[in-house]
Write a protein that binds this ligand. Structure first.
Ligand code: HEC
Length: 165
C-alpha cells in the first residue's frame, strides 16, 4: 500500500526536473541557430509593392556583399574583403531609400539593420588592418547572426491584406 502510493510522487519527482529542463532550454534557445518553423509565427510587416521591392532589393545587395566578402576571403584578398565590406556598410538601408518605409519599419527592425551595418564596418576595418581569416570569420558569423535573427522575426505581407477579416 505504502509503496503503491509512493509511485505517483516518484513519477512527479522525476517529471518535474525534466519539465524544468525543457523550460530552461526553450528560454535559452538562440533563435539565430534555427531555421524558421513551418507554422510561420513571424511578425507580419505590411508593405506596398514599392516598399517590398525596395526591401528585397536591399536584401539581395546584402547577400551579394556577403558572397563578395566570402569569395575574397577564399582568395586571401584582404583588400577586396575591405572594399566589399566597406561598401556594404555604407549602403543605405530600406528606410533611407524610401520615405514611407520609415513609418512602416518597427524600431527592433532598425536596430537589427544597424547591427548589420556595424558588423560590415568592423569587418572592413579589420581587413584594412591586415586581420587574418581566423579573425574575420567570427565577425562574419556575428553579421550573419543578425541576418538570421531578423529573418526569424519578420515577414513581409501585402499592405492590402490590412482590410482582410
Ligand atoms: C532588419 C531585418 C533584416 C535584416 C537585418 C536582414 N534581413 Fe534579409 N530579409 C528580411 C525580411 C523581412 C525579408 C523577407 C522575408 C519574407 O517576407 O519571407 C528578407 C529577405 C531576404 C532575402 C530574399 C530576397 C528576395 O529577393 O526574395 C535575402 C537574400 C536576404 N533577406 C538576405 C539578407 C542578408 C544576407 C542579411 C544580412 C547581411 C539580411 N538579409 C539581413 C529582413 C532582414
Amino acid at each position: 500500500m505504502r509503496l503503491k502510493s509512493g509511485w505517483p510522487l516518484l513519477a512527479i519527482g522525476l517529471w518535474l526536473p525534466t519539465l524544468a529542463l525543457s523550460a530552461w532550454r526553450i528560454a535559452h534557445t538562440d533563435r539565430s541557430t534555427h531555421a524558421s518553423i513551418p507554422g510561420d509565427d513571424r511578425e507580419a510587416i505590411r508593405v506596398s509593392p514599392e516598399e517590398r521591392s525596395t526591401i528585397l532589393g536591399t536584401m539581395n545587395e546584402n547577400l551579394l556583399a556577403l558572397h563578395r566578402i566570402l569569395k575574397a576571403l577564399a582568395d586571401d584578398d584582404l583588400a577586396a574583403v575591405a572594399k566589399a565590406a566597406d561598401s556594404a556598410a555604407r549602403a543605405p538601408g530600406p528606410g533611407a531609400r524610401l520615405q514611407s518605409l520609415r513609418e512602416v519599419l518597427p524600431d527592433p527592425w532598425r536596430r537589427s539593420g544597424k547591427i548589420v551595418h556595424k558588423e560590415f564596418a568592423r569587418v572592413a576595418r579589420l581587413a584594412e588592418r591586415g586581420a587574418t581569416s581566423s579573425d574575420l570569420i567570427p565577425r562574419m558569423s556575428r553579421l550573419t547572426r543578425a541576418c538570421v535573427d531578423c529573418h526569424n522575426t519578420y515577414r513581409l505581407v501585402p499592405a492590402d491584406r490590412r482590410r482582410d477579416p
